[in-house]
Design a protein around this ligand. Structure first.
Ligand SMILES: C[S@@+](CC[C@H](N)C(=O)[O-])C[C@H]1O[C@@H](n2cnc3c(N)ncnc32)[C@H](O)[C@@H]1O
Length: 217
């Protein structure tokens, strides 16, 4: 049984993930019992991964048992759902460079979940969290040079045939340029770096001027 559930309510689709930390909420999300299991609602207005899945990213892009390098955990909204999806056999290595935010991530997420290892580190210096190969690199750090940062992390830690999920916030890269142009340029940057683009998912109406690029090495 997959850890993700879809529900249709009044013509709208909602996502839920099976809660690995029973009884705990991370961002005041709703908890619901379904078929004897506890699920957490997954808000696409708070999580770009949920938005991307609702807009067509394959639901099984991250799977049970996967090792995920997550760059830019913030306080843990999306990482907590990734932790639900990969389950007890998976591992999420979470990197966040802002110490106060990283502390909240530890309190809210890592403490209740054995499959999460937090690092307070700069994603520009992967030697600080040198880990063995992962199946997925998820990058959401909203930095102008984030594509380079993501690619360097992949070169060092993504297994061959692994997946890169890169959140692009157009305004963080160039406030004046048309978002579609920024997404195209980041796509080219990835292709020049040897990645194959599988899809580019624009995240409106959940997030304005954002896209998620799904690529493989
Ligand atoms: C948009 S938020 C991430 C939201 C989170 N991914 C989620 O969906 O719940 C971006 C985060 O990346 C962190 N960040 C930015 N640059 C970073 C870097 N170079 N290394 C590590 N973390 C970074 C910021 O401190 C911030 O918490």
């Amino acid at each position: 049984m997959t850890a993700i559930r879809r529900e249709d309510r009044k013509g709208r689709t909602f996502l839920l993930t099976r809660n690995l930390a029973k009884g705990y909420r991370v961002y005041n999300e709703e908890l619901q019992m379904k078929d004897g299991e506890e699920y957490r609602t997954w808000d696409p207005f708070r999580s770009k991964l949920a938005a991307a899945i609702l807009k067509g990213l394959p639901e099984d892009v991250i799977r049970e048992g996967d090792r995920v390098l997550y760059l830019g955990t913030s306080t843990g909204t999306t990482p907590s759902h990734v932790s639900d999806i990969i389950g007890e056999k998976g591992l999420l290595i979470g990197v966040e460079f802002a110490p106060r935010v990283a502390r909240e991530f530890v309190e809210n997420v890592a403490r209740q979940r054995k499959n999460v290892i937090p690092y307070v580190a700069d994603a520009r210096d992967p030697s600080k969290y040198n880990i063995s190969k992962v199946d997925v690199v998820y990058c959401d750090i909203a930095q102008p040079d984030q594509t380079e940062i993501a690619m360097e992390n992949c070169r060092q830690m993504l297994r061959e045939g692994g997946k890169l999920l890169l959140v692009v916030k157009a305004r963080s890269i160039d406030v004046l340029k048309e978002p579609a142009k920024v997404f195209g340029e980041e796509k080219t940057r990835l292709e020049d770096g040897g990645f194959r683009i599988l899809s580019i998912i624009e995240l409106s109406p959940f997030e304005k001027d954002h896209a998620l690029i799904y690529a493989t090495n």
